[in-house]
Write a protein that binds this ligand. Structure first.
Ligand code: UDP
Length: 384
């Protein structure tokens, strides 16, 4: 039976679910409080330089997931792009993630892979058997010198917390390589949408049966007008922050326009305290197939997210999880609403994971609709 569905948020989560449901014949209304689609992946051309800008900061698409890669490629051309990050620390430039070149340059050595591996094992603190914190993880696997040069201060700038307060999982996002591979990511597929992310999301939403309302906040009281609601806003906002605000980091971007090539690379991290920003992104290097005389850079600053700011990174310390548990319980008692995506489940999600989960949420909804079974509040456990 055809259902009347509301989807809150037109980022990847909302758009993918809208697409799958509309294609299966359901009626979908998408409510987006911002004046544009594509959430934090939103990209647009800068009027002055015509450079394609990742308005909410750099987004590089990378995945091992065949279904996701096939899905996004249906909606636009992905150009080859490999993220090769540089990192500046103590007035020297290195390659990141830590690889054989980083190790050799940093320690002034000419190690081969096995030698570097042995050397780093000696640098590591073997008394830390089971790393729990970011700091433990770094000291155990790369040792104090590399930790202090590349991770310690950057992490304080990024998270506003000491690495000893943060979980090891954050550092586990970055590999350590004993070869000269300087690809920031280890996934099979990586690329940049030729016409930007907004064009991709626009096509995902361009299915008969989907209506998109921009600049239109949705109030929980409106849910009675629909058979089901998918909510990709902040989970605590749905419940009026009744158990307090879940903490996030937000980002500020200082825009710098110039001529020519400002830094010679898309992303350069500033890992020590010499600069107050975490990184500089030069957006035209994300589209190396385009030619632009002008250039546009974002100097990126991270700070605590206050009311009215755009939430970026959920912090998820142990104490935040206690608060999250309360919201999860409330959500589970809320009929006909499914909480989705980075903000709806309060997790640090890459784009490919977001799309994969959205496809799974849509699969679940379609299965529940066929079996006449209730749709759960969460398809992916936010506490896992
Ligand atoms: N990180 C760091 N130094 C760097 C890059 C990353 O200490 O030069 C740490 C930092 O804590 C960051 C985490 O590693 O939050 C994960 O990095 P990633 O590049 O995945 O962060 P994102 O691009 O998602 O902000």
């Amino acid at each position: 039976m055809k259902k009347n569905v509301a989807i809150i948020g037109a980022g990847f989560s909302g758009a993918v679910i809208a697409h799958q449901l509309a294609k299966a014949g359901h009626q979908v209304e998408v409510f987006e409080s911002r004046s544009h689609i594509a959430g934090n992946c939103y990209s647009e051309r800068d009027a002055e330089t015509s450079v394609m800008v990742h308005v909410y900061g750099p987004h590089i698409f990378h995945t091992d997931n065949e279904r996701v890669w096939k899905f996004v490629n249906e909606f636009g051309e992905f150009m080859p792009f490999v993220n090769r990050v540089k990192a500046i620390t103590n007035d020297r430039v290195f390659t990141l993630p830590i690889n054989l070149l980083t190790i050799n340059q940093f320690f002034n050595k000419t190690f081969r892979p096995a030698e570097a591996q042995q050397f780093l094992a000696e640098q590591g603190d073997k008394t830390i058997e089971n790393p729990v914190t970011f700091e433990d993880q770094a000291l155990r696997f790369v040792g104090r010198d590399l930790y202090e040069a590349f991770f310690k201060t950057y992490t304080v700038k990024q998270w506003g917390l000491q690495p000893s307060e943060l979980p090891a999982s954050i550092l586990k996002r970055l590999p350590v390589r004993f070869n000269y591979d300087d690809n920031y990511f280890s996934h099979k597929y990586q690329g940049m949408p030729k016409d930007g992310y907004t064009a991709i999301v626009e096509k995902i939403l361009n299915v008969p049966g989907i209506t998109v309302h921009l600049s239109t906040p949705f109030k929980p009281e409106q849910k009675g007008d629909y058979d089901h609601v998918f909510y990709s806003g902040p989970i605590d906002a749905w419940f009026g922050h009744r158990d307090g605000r879940l903490p996030y980091r937000t980002l500020d971007f200082e825009v710098h326009r110039d001529q020519g090539d400002y830094q010679g690379n898309a992303v350069i991290n500033y890992c020590d305290s010499a600069k107050p920003y975490t990184r500089i992104t030069e957006h035209k290097h994300f589209s190396p197939w385009e030619q632009h005389e002008g250039t546009l850079c974002y100097f990126e600053y991270s700070r605590q997210c206050e009311e009215g700011d755009t939430p970026y990174y959920p912090i998820r310390l142990a104490r935040d999880k206690v608060q999250l548990e309360k919201y999860v319980k409330l959500a589970q008692d809320e009929p006909n609403v499914t909480f989705i995506g980075r903000l709806g489940t309060y997790r640090y999600l890459d784009m490919d994971v977001t799309i994969d989960e959205a496809l799974k949420v849509a699969d679940k909804f379609l299965a529940c609709a066929t079996e006449n079974a209730p749709m759960p509040a969460f398809v992916i456990d936010p506490l896992a």
